[in-house]
Ligand binder design. Structure first.
Ligand code: COA
Length: 161
């Protein structure tokens, strides 16, 4: 377990596959209530285990409890982020931003040049959150029968700059 910061939480890479049940419960709780319903609600324990094995999965803990997570996958020279989830009672307290900083550090340590993700067009507050964190829209798309999304990217700053 990582040490909590003065704000009461800390983000790290998860290397313990025994956390998969906690991660699944968190993802299901955070994505409940979206309209139309998120595919995240159908995620299974085996899929979480596969994410942990492929990694990196970044988590945020407070007092040993899981309060945030995001999956990372190396794609096209960047770290592609999915299922960013903050426990509802911890939202708007900086956990999401801490997860993004942890993802940036992870990407930099792997020599990757950008963070990428997708946001639903019908969730403008999510787009605004990522824009304030330095992301810009670089594309859009839509899978059959699913909500339209925008692709967002944030460059990884050179540590020397
Ligand atoms: C989207 C999501 C991941 C954001 O996480 P979060 O922890 O709420 O985000 P943060 O707290 O870091 O930032 C949210 C806002 O709260 C503000 N905030 C941070 N700490 C705060 C505090 N102590 N008091 C008040 N506001 C605070 C931040 O400044 C930020 O505002 P900004 O967007 O104007 O910068 C979270 O809302 C979530 O899990 N949503 C459901 C699942 C989802 O939609 N995931 C994203 C898929 S693309």
């Amino acid at each position: 377990m990582s040490a909590d910061t003065p704000r009461g939480f800390a983000a790290t890479r998860c290397v313990d596959e025994r956390r998969r049940g906690d991660i699944l419960a968190l993802v299901h709780a955070a994505f409940a209530g979206l309209s139309p319903p998120s595919g995240a609600l159908h995620e299974t324990i085996d899929e979480v285990a596969a994410r942990l094995a492929a990694g990196p999965v970044l988590i945020c803990e407070a007092g040993g409890e899981l309060i945030g997570c995001v999956y990372g996958a190396v794609k096209e020279g960047g770290l592609y982020l999915t299922r960013m989830a903050v426990r509802p009672d911890w939202q708007k307290r900086g956990v999401g931003r801490a997860l993004l900083l942890a993802a940036e550090a992870e990407a930099r340590s792997r020599g990757l040049r950008k963070l990428t993700l997708r946001v639903r067009v019908n969730l403008p507050e999510n787009r605004a959150f990522f824009e304030r964190a330095g992301f810009t829209v670089t594309g859009q798309g839509q899978n059959p029968g699913r909500p339209a999304y925008e692709v967002m990217e944030s460059p990884i700053a050179d540590p020397a700059s």
